[in-house]
Design a protein around this ligand. Structure first.
Ligand SMILES: C[S@@+](CC[C@H](N)C(=O)[O-])C[C@H]1O[C@@H](n2cnc3c(N)ncnc32)[C@H](O)[C@@H]1O
Length: 351
């Protein structure tokens, strides 16, 4: 499916002071909502509670809070430095409450799935020939997997709830690396592809940050692409990241946010090679994904708990993946890195 750009939800674009104020409001809203959700669903109690095995010491709440605040501080510093604008859809209280009610209603279904360890129910929703087996699962125990409109509409709020409103600042570490790489370039006509764009939050950031470049989104999920198009206004294409429908050396940049921890180990090199293939010589990949325990030893216990808490079947092997070596084998050299909260970001360049 290739779709033309449609009218995006209008974003508010502001300076660092506005960004700080809006982020504080958003963070407070999602942190309070997260607290309420955790009270509603006590996943650590009762039958079927997750079996978390970790030798790592308990995570210090002070360290977690420090890392969370740092994500916001880095984001606003980049807005202040003019690297990218703060572009957010204005808060709509009616919509926010509706979204939250839906999340709370769905939270019980998610918890029931977690207690039954039912991570593959979504197979019933999706054809076995159209999608790889590893994809036909309920990642995060989410209702509908990647296959329903309700899932696509709920996803961004679920992520915000999980990270207490820091999802945008976390993803934007990749935006920061790309903005630095492109700072001195005439961006007219540059082409950037967001691979595994999901419901389009990062794609919307790309469009707002590089209005003269052509930003495109790609994902395997039709409902998520529909949401991405609505959110960002960008053109999107349905395809498997293992076979990108773009010519060799045809893109100036690619971005890839939170895909690799959801790929089996044998598929990661395939996607890395595809990303390298479609980049022009000198083109860059701005990558962001979960932190690895080696980067954040103090958070190791939390990272160890992720697969059991959120049905992440490939997360443990992702923790062991040597990402710079993986991309080097594909022809992409590590040029920069950054981190925020539970996220790491890398900038890689094709020779
Ligand atoms: C955790 S979500 C991340 C989405 C988005 N980048 C974000 O930051 O919210 C993973 C996304 O990867 C997509 N995905 C997983 N495997 C894929 C594949 N082989 N090809 C294309 N997309 C894939 C899923 O459909 C989903 O939208």
């Amino acid at each position: 499916m290739a779709a033309r750009a449609s009218k995006a939800r209008r974003a508010f674009t502001g300076d660092a002071t506005t960004a700080r104020a809006m982020q504080a409001g958003k963070a407070a809203w999602w942190a309070a909502s997260g607290l309420a959700a955790r009270r509603l669903v006590r996943i650590d109690r009762g039958e079927g509670r997750p079996d978390v095995r970790s030798e790592a010491p308990p995570v210090s709440m002070a360290e977690l809070r420090r890392a969370w605040l740092e994500a916001f501080a880095k984001d606003t510093a980049d807005v202040e430095a003019g690297l990218y604008p703060y572009a957010e859809a204005p808060a709509n209280p009616q919509r926010m409450f509706a979204r939250l009610t839906d999340l709370f209603e769905d939270a019980r279904a998610v918890d029931a799935r977690r207690r039954r360890r039912a991570g593959t129910e979504a197979r019933a929703e999706a054809s076995s020939t159209a999608y790889p087996a590893y994809y036909r699962q309920n990642f995060h125990y989410q209702s509908g997997g990647w296959f329903t409109e309700a899932s696509a509409q709920r996803y961004e709020a679920q992520v915000e709830l999980l990270f207490s409103g820091a999802a945008g600042p976390m993803r934007r570490r990749a935006l920061s690396l790309l903005a630095r790489a492109w700072r001195d370039r005439d961006q007219r006509g540059l082409r950037v592809l967001d691979v595994a764009c999901g419901s389009g939050a990062f794609l919307a950031d790309l469009r707002a940050s590089f209005p003269r470049a052509l930003s495109l989104g790609l994902d395997l999920s039709r409902p998520y692409l529909k949401e991405a198009r609505r959110r960002s206004g960008a053109a999107v294409v349905q395809a498997n990241a293992e076979r990108l429908p773009f010519a060799d050396a045809s893109l100036d940049a690619a971005t890839c946010v939170y895909l690799f921890h959801e790929l089996p180990p044998r598929v990661r090199p395939v996607v890395a090679r595809e990303l390298a293939r479609v980049l022009k010589p000198g083109g860059v990949l701005a990558f962001a994904d979960s932190a690895q325990a080696a980067d954040a030893p103090g958070l190791k216990r939390l990272l160890d708990a992720f697969p059991a808490l959120f049905h992440e079947p490939f997360f443990a092997s992702y923790q062991e993946e040597d990402l710079p070596a993986l991309f080097a084998e594909a022809g992409l050299r590590l040029e920069g890195h950054d981190s925020a909260f539970l996220t790491k970001a890398l900038l890689l360049r094709k020779a």
